[in-house]
Design a protein around this ligand. Structure first.
Ligand code: FES
Length: 151
């Protein structure tokens, strides 16, 4: 939950205040029932790093992410996965598999790793099928109008 506050603050700084009010709509509000995947820090199987970029950098158009679905994207050189579990709520995860670092692909409500068959929940990053044991690390993003930006 600190992530969300930090995200809002950093994004507001990056926006210079001009678009900060628009971010209020994307703050976790607790009405989705599914929770938000911000309860654990990445603890580093594999590369151990999560994508980092200046806050406010566009990653995708909100309309590109199906509600209830997911897409692959990049932040800088780092592959990430974006999902929109409910309309207007976007979550993001590192696409680096927590098993042996293959790039995980978006597959609707799941993320799938073609290397050894691990699957992850697109809404939470949690493991659905092994051999991976750890969830995909979450990545801070924000919805800014019709865009998804780095947080
Ligand atoms: S690297 Fe992804 S399942 Fe093995």
């Amino acid at each position: 939950m600190d992530d969300a506050r930090d995200l809002t603050r950093r994004t507001a700084i990056a926006l210079g205040g001009a678009g900060a009010l628009a971010l209020a709509g994307c703050a976790p509000g607790g009405d989705g029932g599914g929770g938000t995947p911000s309860d654990d820090a990445p603890d580093g199987t594999g590369s151990g790093s999560t994508p980092s970029a200046a806050a406010g950098e566009e990653i995708a158009a909100l309309a590109d992410i199906p509600v209830g679905g997911s897409i692959s994207a990049t932040i800088g050189d780092e592959p990430v996965l974006l999902a929109q579990p409910t309309a207007g709520e976007v979550v993001a995860f590192s696409a680096i598999c927590t098993h042996q670092n293959c790039v995980v692909a978006a597959a609707g409500e799941r993320f799938e790793c073609s290397c050894h068959g691990s699957a992850f929940d697109a809404a939470t990053g949690e493991v659905l099928n092994g051999p991976a044991l750890k969830p995909l690390p979450s990545v801070a993003v924000a919805v800014e109008g019709d865009r998804v930006v780095t947080g």
